[in-house]
Design a protein around this ligand. Structure first.
Ligand code: GTP
Length: 274
């Protein structure tokens, strides 16, 4: 799943999700903290309908803290319960549990056992979050979209059960701009896009959101006043990405830059602000 997202894939994902949603009372929707808007499924409101929900801004360790704070405020203003989470270290996990307690406590109509599901687009960290919530590595994780399989309930705590299979959502396709952000963060498989184009798109965002110093620090370069492709070339030159004959291998440089970003080597860097 999450590969090409042909209409057939989407219809299947939607059917599976609708089936799963019938089994649960609470939805934990996982977004990428670096792109909360672009990583949100376009039909989410309709799908969840009036079910209780918690929005998780995952991979908070890779996002700009101030920007994440602004996203939380923005979501809270819209009466959405939002929490910033690092699913690798469990930061924020307690707050999710608290929200679930709160929802259970406030709603007298709730059953004794509340059931939840984790949903989100590919590679956003659904399985890692399930692992953190279950405190055991029962869900399979990997640095590649589309590897989640299996189905069972996990007892997260007394009175709260979680479906061990996350619901996979299709991403937004509205604009090339969103596509580039999804590619940068790894929600779209690398084979499906042109790395150079995506890296240039990434540098454009870096310039727009004033993060150039992060690139300068990482690569020991002075990049002020340069346009995006030139910056990519400079990174390639510095890192020895050269073709036979000495030309800069910008494709290799693009791969290196995107990998560094995804691994957090450029520091905390958000790609969109509310
Ligand atoms: N830095 C960081 N990486 C994370 C975090 N959560 C997950 N990851 C990484 O993101 C990648 C994808 O995580 P998964 O948990 O497999 O994501 P998923 O949404 O289940 O992916 P699919 O099975 O493709 O739908 C893995 O390399 C994880 O280690 C986080 O909070 N911070």
């Amino acid at each position: 799943m999450g590969v090409h997202w042909y209409p057939g894939h989407m219809a299947k994902a939607k059917r599976n999700l609708q089936k799963a949603l019938k089994l649960v009372d609470i939805v934990i929707e996982v977004l990428d903290a670096r792109i909360p808007y672009s990583s949100r499924n376009p039909d989410i409101k309709k799908l969840i309908n009036d079910k209780k929900a918690v929005v998780v801004l995952n991979k908070e360790d890779l996002a700009d803290e101030d920007v994440t704070f602004r996203w939380m405020e923005y979501l809270n203003k819209k009466r959405e319960k939002a929490v910033a989470v690092n699913s690798l270290t469990s930061k924020g996990i307690e707050q999710i549990i608290n929200y679930i307690d709160e929802i259970q406590g406030h709603d007298k109509g709730f059953k004794k056992i509340v059931k939840g599901i984790i949903i989100g687009i590919p590679n956003v960290g659904k399985s890692s979050l399930i692992n953190q919530l279950s405190k055991k590595s029962s869900a399979k994780t990997g640095n590649r979209p589309g590897i989640t399989k299996g189905e069972q309930w996990i007892n997260v705590k007394k009175g709260f059960r979680l479906l061990d299979t996350p619901g996979i959502l299709w991403p937004k396709f509205q604009s090339p701009d969103i596509g580039v952000k999804l590619a940068i963060t790894g929600a779209i498989r690398d084979e499906l896009f042109d790395a150079e184009e995506v890296a240039v798109g990434f540098i454009n965002i870096v310039l727009k959101l004033n993060y150039l110093n992060k690139l300068e620090e990482r690569y020991g370069l002075c990049l002020k006043g340069m346009e995006s492709f030139k910056i990519l070339e400079e990174v390639g030159r510095k890192r020895g990405c050269l073709l036979k004959g000495g030309c800069i291998d910008t494709l290799k440089a693009a791969g290196l830059l995107l990998k560094d970003y995804r691994m957090g080597k450029l520091g905390r860097l958000s790609l969109e602000i509310p």
